[in-house]
Write a protein that binds this ligand. Structure first.
Ligand SMILES: Cc1cc2nc3c(=O)[nH]c(=O)nc-3n(C[C@H](O)[C@H](O)[C@H](O)COP(=O)(O)O)c2cc1C
Length: 316
């Protein structure tokens, strides 16, 4: 059975959105935003803050497992933190070898590690050794940093060090988020490794999903921005049924209300409006109704007014 994974997205796909998106059918597994490991064993509070699911068995309320993602370059430190994640109940530990952010790459984290297959190996190996055997260790990589010349070597290094799953975002760091995603490169990787490979990048609808599967040779696909612009994407891929835009918008409004209410509770007031608009901005790509709503609240900074507007659309 093909599986669907919800992508990690730092600053966007937090606990609240994971809860909302997994309340629909379709997503089999999630990954947290990355937890940055730079110089120490992080306090437990950091793990709980980024993965509150640890309070209920490492799963969302719908029972979808949430792997904890670590980002860093020191094998021993990553191992120590991975062991703590496992001890706190993470159902799996994922390692980030794809973050393109300058600040992260400068301190030798994320995609820049793709220049050093030996280091990738050492990181995965150290983490695998530190985490109990029943807890999966997985990795997520891009195709390379400036070019794809080390893509195969990196994937082999990750496999030989003991990772059981590799998600490949089919672009280099240099290619950023610019379409297309080079799904055919995932097929090249898949040919030479035998661990589970998950294809990722530019899947926005069923057509993309099927083409991605065909070109990558992967059954399993990770969905990122596609799920944020159309939260019903995974559901429709699994059920084979897609309701009308209007019907989906009506189902979405209570989700948007729940999201806004939770964000109001969690964030300081000055950050709330930006966070709600961030999701609305993504929803605009799929829903013309979200575009109207976004325009209506674009310059509004008071979260209560935005929430009231969302509620009024449900009563309309
Ligand atoms: C705002 C943003 C934040 C992201 N944060 C992470 C992250 O924390 N860890 C990670 O491995 N990938 C991260 N990614 C990459 C996504 O997981 C995914 O690989 C990428 O968006 C391509 O998939 P998509 O085309 O389905 O969105 C992020 C992407 C975006 C746009």
């Amino acid at each position: 059975m093909a599986k669907l994974y919800l992508a990690p997205m730092e600053g966007v796909l937090d606990y609240t959105l994971r809860e909302i998106l997994t309340s629909l059918v379709g997503i089999d597994q999630c990954v947290t935003e990355f937890i940055r490991v730079s110089d120490r064993l992080l306090p437990r509070s950091v793990f709980y803050r980024l993965a509150p699911e640890l309070h209920h068995g490492g799963c969302t309320r719908s029972g979808v497992p949430v792997f904890l993602q670590l980002l860093g370059s020191d094998p021993n430190l990553l191992a120590e933190n991975a062991a703590r994640a496992a001890a706190l109940g993470a159902p799996g530990v994922d390692l980030n070898f794809g973050c393109p952010a300058k600040t992260v790459n400068k301190s030798r984290g994320g995609a820049v590690l793709l220049k050093e297959p030996d280091l990738l190996h050492d990181i995965v190996y150290a983490v695998r050794q530190a985490v109990p055997a029943n807890i999966p260790v997985t990795a997520k990589m891009r195709l390379g940093y400036m070019d794809k010349s080390l893509a195969i070597e990196n994937a082999k290094a990750i496999e030989s060090a003991g990772a059981c799953t590799l998600t490949v975002h089919a672009r280099t760091k240099l290619e950023g988020y610019k379409p297309p995603a080079h799904w055919e490169w995932i097929a090249k990787i898949k040919e030479v490794v035998s661990l589970q490979v998950i294809a990722n990048g530019e899947v926005w609808n069923r057509e993309d999903y099927e083409r991605c599967q065909q070109r990558s040779g992967c059954q399993d696909v990770m969905l990122g921005r596609g799920m944020l612009s159309n939260p019903f994407l995974a559901e429709s891929l699994v059920t084979g049924h897609e309701a009308s835009l209007d019907e989906r918008w009506q189902r979405l409004l209570p989700m948007l209300e729940a999201y806004s209410t939770q964000v109001i509770e969690d964030l300081s007031e000055r950050h709330v409006h930006g966070r709600i608009k961030q999701w609305l901005n993504m929803l605009r790509q799929h829903f013309p109704q979200a575009d109207h709503l976004f325009t209506a609240v674009r310059s509004e900074r008071d979260p209560a007014v935005i929430l009231k507007k969302i509620k009024s659309l449900q009563d309309a």
